[in-house]
Design a protein around this ligand. Structure first.
Ligand code: IMP
Length: 431
């Protein structure tokens, strides 16, 4: 029997680890790239004909014409935003309409979800989560409450009208009377859905069935995680998390792929740490080094443009992700951002007044209760930018990589040394 060639790419911090570039690099050999969870809260930047294109929903790797992008059932999909991305790509001459495949089971993100997300965040003031304001939380709430609209509902417009009326009543009541905001128009949503559904309907296919055949036929497929595992609704720094399972479980339930058909899981980890939005961040930097890393790493969100919070690499948080996500290897990204530093710190433990330190982090508790214990590594102070060969890395940079492997107990299989697709060192390619 042929073995499947499915690999999973997961961010193993708080998102923005550079997964998009890694998936893009791996896509040249792939046939399918599959999004499994999240929605247009994610973002990845493509450079095409010297133009910067930011995509939020359509999977990475689509600049390779060999790639068939798939959006699985775990994704909450805004039809309006999807259409915008399709048009954006078509304007650049990139054909996507005939390639993109959508699961009929994707939940829809509609205008009232966005309004509710924004209303709640404003209402919460300094207790807010710092969401992306894209309606992701409310859309997942509707899914769990068993009242959400899905792509499949577009095939039964009469039924959809009834469901939409019911749900909009609930939202408009809250928006108007509790949050004192304008209500959302039923006609606007319905007209949008009628116009868009004709385009979307042609893309709908039984994704799980397709993936079963793909796995049997040994076609190289990349399952692309969105956000990072520390933002997982169950395992992340709750309540400062996103509303989906960003861990390996989200890949399985978000597509229907069999766990037995996953050959390799790549964890993508930035050489330092960033986070957008609120929530605990034990190694956060508030000094010149933090400003330097933010500037050198261009740490501004691709979805909201927000300045990211920056800190040292937290190996305690990362180490916890290895076992439960079945990681096979790690890709470290943005190594070059550390090039000019005289010394580099890595967090190897937390000093804590309680023996529940890791649970405290998972409970969104305040960082001042967790004091990071750092190991100091000498910086290499030479450029690694664009390095493609391990032998060309400065010795101190190589020592740094080997030390990370020692502490984490897992091999670093790839090192990304710059923003461009080919700026990557392959240490082990085991798939
Ligand atoms: P939501 O996913 O918009 O509900 O936001 C919840 C939290 O997840 C906020 O702190 C966001 O900043 C964060 N978040 C959501 N998507 C991403 C992402 O793609 N990268 C990094 N952080 C994200």
């Amino acid at each position: 029997m042929k073995m499947s060639r499915n690999i999973v790419v997961l961010g193993i911090q708080w998102g923005d680890e550079g997964k998009g570039k890694v998936v893009d690099f791996l896509s040249k050999k792939a046939k399918y790239v599959v999004r499994c969870q999240g929605g247009n809260n994610a973002g990845h930047t493509l450079i095409y004909n010297d133009k910067r294109i930011v995509l939020h929903l359509i999977p990475s790797g689509i600049l390779h014409s060999n790639i068939i992008p798939i959006i699985g059932n775990g994704v909450v999909l805004s039809p309006v935003e999807l259409l915008k991305e399709i048009f954006l790509l078509e304007k650049e001459g990139i054909n996507i309409r005939n390639r993109l495949i959508l699961s009929p089971l994707c939940q829809l993100v509609l205008e009232y979800h966005v309004e509710m997300d924004i209303a709640r965040e404003e209402f919460l003031g300094n207790k807010s989560i710092g969401t992306t304001g894209r309606g992701i939380g409310p859309a997942y709430e509707d899914k769990v409450a068993r009242r959400g609209l899905r792509i499949i509902d577009l095939f039964d417009m009469d039924g959809l009208c009834l469901k939409l009326k019911d749900i909009l009543n609930i939202y408009n009541f809250q928006l108007k009377f509790f949050y004192k905001r304008k209500s959302v128009s039923y006609d606007l949503i319905l007209n949008n859905l009628i116009n868009i559904s004709e385009i979307i309907k042609d893309m709908v296919l039984d994704v799980t069935n397709l993936l079963r055949k793909v796995s049997k036929n040994n076609l190289f497929t990349i399952f692309e995680g969105a956000q990072g595992v520390l933002l997982d609704i169950d395992y992340g720094t709750y309540p400062y998390v996103t509303s989906s399972n960003t861990t390996i479980g989200g890949i399985i339930t978000g597509t229907g792929i069999s766990i037995r058909d996953i050959k390799y899981v790549l964890g993508v980890m930035k050489a330092y740490t960033t986070r957008v939005g609120f929530g605990p961040f034990p190694t956060e930097l508030f000094d010149e080094t933090g400003e330097y890393l933010c500037h050198a790493g261009n740490e501004y969100g691709s979805t909201t443009g927000r300045k990211r919070r920056v800190g040292w690499l937290d190996l305690v948080a990362v180490k916890k992700t290895i076992y439960s996500n079945s990681l096979s290897g790690i890709c470290i990204t943005k190594l070059d951002v550390l090039d000019k530093l005289k010394e580099i710190k890595i967090c190897i433990d937390y000093r804590c007044t309680s023996n529940l330190s890791s649970y405290m982090l998972q409970s969104g508790m305040l960082p001042d209760k967790l004091e990071p214990v750092y190991e100091i590594i000498p910086g290499w102070q030479k450029s690694t930018c664009g390095t493609k060969c391990l032998n060309d890395l400065p010795l101190l940079a190589l020592n740094y990589i080997r030390r990370l492997e020692d502490i984490l107990g897992i091999s670093i299989d790839f090192i990304s040394t710059g923003p461009n697709r080919e700026e990557i060192i392959i240490l082990n390619e085991r798939f």
